[in-house]
Design a protein around this ligand. Structure first.
Ligand code: TYD
Ligand code: MG
Length: 460
């Protein structure tokens, strides 16, 4: 008797594309080293019966005019930073993916979310394939969760959905921790593979849609962003949140990367404490280090970024060193590395700073990451200040985008940035000359418009 031949295929953990041959670089998304072998027998055999043979009960189509709008509205947790990041709450019937590096606090956040939802009378089921019930109970005690939340430790998809369906009252919120530990028995590939992640996410989303519930799905993301999972999932879910921050620091950012039902680019701020995550509703000054009244050391400058709905003051620090050998270090963490490369080139070629062959370190305190162009000028001033060994004025904020020709470009929402800086106690702002007309600024700060980088550096 002939045995069925088991064929292999290769799935990209970045984009989910499938290939017959292995490639070092995914031909579809261009990512390196993301193709992994999966067995063809993992694919369920196609149903033998054709549509002709099978009888399917015909569902009745509804006239659009008869469809009732969703009166229940958003499902909100009451944790303002979380709800606002979602644009007011989660839409019933939708799936929200919460991605982040291991250890950043995803389980903590979602357990708190689950606790608050059930406290508000929303039947909630927290499913974990990551930890034991005792561990979760221990964490819940630490977080002060005493609501009627239901807990299930399970990794089998069918069992999870069966448990959810059996629960009375029926859950309106389901938290799945995590998509990488969940598996569908119909598929032979192990949990965490592209095939499993995709199937499980599809089944969970389908469950949420059918029950008008919201599913929060946790997914681990590795440092370089490529994982067996979340990248593939981003297209399948309604909303994508990313939990980020520096694990050694307390500040955490919840960033909205995609939202079918609300604004994207919203950011929620939290602080990791001994008793879980606290909301940071007034982030002003959180990213500024404390300085002695004497002022800042050379290499530090304060910029004002707008993240989502609010302005944030960011302290940018740079160290320009001597450099050993002919390959100087360029280490950038916080600002966008591509923008940093442009800033360094402009400082060197246009402002005439001697940076070639020197090591340059550039970072944002608090582990904050941003690609907002308005922080360019702050980065440039930090680097120049360190290179020139001249401390920047500690009472000044620097706002502006840097162009390749050394011009300072205008930035959006200048007024909101200035109001925030003044609130924290800054007294002077260097702003793009292009913004001069938008500033009907009623505050007390001294405003100095600049058109070019050399002009700005003269004000350090
Ligand atoms: P965790 O939620 O397990 O992260 P993830 O699910 O993203 O892997 O939490 C990670 C860290 O948070 C852990 O190292 C301990 C810390 N933590 C606190 O500091 N305070 C707390 O109250 C809790 C529950 C965790
Ligand atoms: Mg976890």
């Amino acid at each position: 008797m002939k045995t069925a031949e088991v064929k292999s295929f290769y799935a990209c953990s970045g984009c989910g594309s499938v290939f017959a041959r292995w490639h070092g670089r995914c031909p579809d998304c261009g990512a390196w080293d993301t193709l992994h072998e999966e067995k063809d027998s993992a694919r369920p055999a196609p149903a033998k019966s054709t549509a002709k043979k099978r009888r399917v009960a015909a569902p009745a189509a509804t006239p659009l005019a008869d469809v009732q709008p969703d009166t229940a509205g958003f499902i909100a947790t009451g944790i303002a930073e979380f709800d606002l990041t979602l644009g007011g709450g989660a839409m019933p019937g939708s799936t929200v993916l919460v991605g982040g590096e291991p250890g950043i606090g995803k389980s903590t956040l979602l357990l708190q979310v689950a606790g608050r939802l059930s406290q508000r009378g929303i039947p909630t089921l927290y499913v974990s394939g990551e930890e034991s019930a005792a561990q979760i109970k221990h964490r819940a005690d630490r977080l002060g969760i005493r609501s009627g939340l239901h807990l299930l430790t399970e990794t089998d998809l069918a069992a999870i959905l069966a448990a959810a369906d059996q629960l009375k009252p029926h859950p309106r919120a389901l938290i799945l921790d995590s998509i990488q530990t969940t598996f569908d028995r119909q598929w032979q590939s192990p949990p965490g593979t592209v095939a499993q992640v995709r199937e499980c996410a599809a089944a969970i989303s389908d469950w949420a849609r059918r029950h008008d519930a919201v599913a929060f799905v946790i997914g681990h993301v590795t440092k370089d962003g490529f994982i067996a999972g979340p990248k593939v999932l981003e297209h399948m879910v309604d909303t994508v949140l990313q939990f980020e921050g520096d694990r050694r620091q307390w500040i955490r950012l919840l960033r909205c990367l995609k939202n079918r039902y609300g604004p994207t680019h919203e950011v929620g701020l939290f602080e990791m404490t001994e008793a879980g995550l606290n909301e940071v509703t007034d982030p002003s000054g959180h990213f500024l280090t404390d300085h002695a009244p004497g002022g800042r050391a050379a290499g530090s400058a304060v910029a004002v970024a707008i993240e989502g709905r609010r302005p944030l003051l960011l302290e940018i620090q740079s160290l320009v060193g001597q450099g050993v050998g002919n390959s100087p270090q360029r280490v950038v963490s916080g600002p966008d590395p591509r923008r940093a490369a442009i800033i360094i080139a402009v400082l060197q070629n246009i402002a005439g700073l001697s940076l070639s062959g020197r090591d340059i370190y550039l970072n944002i305190t608090g582990g904050f990451v941003t690609d907002e162009p308005a922080v360019d000028l702050g980065c440039a001033v930090a680097v120049a200040s360190s290179a020139l060994k001249r401390p920047a004025d500690p009472r000044t904020v620097w706002i502006g985008e840097l162009g390749l020709g050394g011009e300072i470009r205008g930035v959006p929402q200048i007024k909101r940035r200035l109001i925030e800086a003044e609130k924290i106690g800054f007294q002077r702002a260097i702003v793009p000359a292009a913004n001069q007309r938008d500033i009907a600024y009623g505050g007390e700060m001294q405003i100095e418009p600049v058109g070019r980088i050399d002009q700005a550096l003269a004000g350090i």
